[in-house]
Design a protein. Structure first.
Length: 295
């Protein structure tokens, strides 16, 4: 699909403004008609799934920063709208076992035409994924489903992503986070792990600052009540408010032999400790959410 000439509003340089979902991001997506391009219709931001925002964010990033002909890998992409959109101008890959984990799709539920599927999980160092190959590796609403407190898996996923990225390639991720009012936020520990163990381009913004921002974009109570509540078994006020946290890094052009596979970034951040499964529609355990203090 041909790139539409629009002013660039998202890039690595300006990604700090996209660290968490904002209403003005949605305004930009709609001004550029990304909703119509990706979904074929006008999207109401007050009545849509969180993944709609995340898909349009990724669409905007790829359109504005990744050249046609590039190689892209979707981690846990399922029936990836992004890969389908770029299938005719990018070399598209998807790594996903398609076992329905986290309420995701299974192998026979959709057409895989347009991309190469690797039936595995990121972090298993599957040899079908070549070393130093991809210009961009991304995930949308995937990393929150990694088993909690499994730091070996966190490390392997990070190493595996950097293994397959080209030197100079980018890795972009949108992860679901839930604001459990009034003073708690849920996140999978993989996000703080990545912040502590990779040189991310956008710095961590504490959750207390995020939820104070009047521009924070989140799923509305109306959409949740009519689409999620039957699955979670909890009213919106009890379950919490889902929003997106987004982060980006770039693999160095030249890797020094003196640096380990994952260079540790000595950045001290405090993020709530969690022990439960991701509390969203795609979660494997929707009813086990434990509160955490905002820092």
């Amino acid at each position: 699909m041909e790139h539409i000439k629009t002013p660039k509003f998202i890039s690595p340089t300006f990604f700090k403004d996209y660290t968490y979902s904002k209403k003005r991001h949605f305004d930009l997506f709609k001004e550029n008609k990304y909703d119509e391009e990706l979904f074929g219709r006008d999207i109401d931001p007050d009545y849509c799934d969180l993944k709609v925002y995340q898909d349009m964010l990724m669409l905007a990033y790829v359109k504005q920063n990744i050249l046609p002909g590039s190689k892209m890998l979707d981690v846990g992409g399922g029936a990836s709208r992004i890969l389908k959109y770029f299938a005719n101008e990018m070399e598209c890959w998807n790594i996903d076992k398609l076992e329905g984990v986290g309420n995701g799709p299974v192998d026979d539920q959709f057409d895989r035409e347009g991309y190469r599927l690797v039936s595995d999980y990121m972090g298993n160092f599957n040899k079908e994924l070549p070393n130093d190959y991809f210009d961009i590796v991304f995930s949308i609403s995937t990393l929150e489903h990694v088993p909690l407190d499994d730091y070996e898996s966190y490390a392997n996923i990070l190493k595996d992503i950097n293994r397959v990225l080209k030197p100079g390639g980018y890795s972009v991720h949108c992860i679901d986070v839930v604001w459990i009012k009034p003073d708690t936020v849920w996140t999978n520990e993989i996000m703080p792990y990545f912040y502590k163990n990779e040189k991310l381009i956008n710095e961590f913004i504490p959750f207390n600052k995020v939820i104070e921002d009047q521009d924070l974009y989140h799923m509305t109570e109306k959409y949740y009540s009519e689409n999620w509540q039957n699955t979670t078994g909890k009213p919106f006020q009890e379950f919490g408010t889902p929003f997106s946290y987004n982060f980006l890094w770039r693999k160095p052009e030249i890797i020094s032999n003196e640096i380990s596979e994952v260079e540790i970034k000595n950045t001290e951040i405090e993020i709530p400790q969690q022990k439960d499964a991701s509390p969203d529609l795609n979660s494997t355990d929707l009813n086990s959410v434990e509160s955490a203090n905002i820092v």
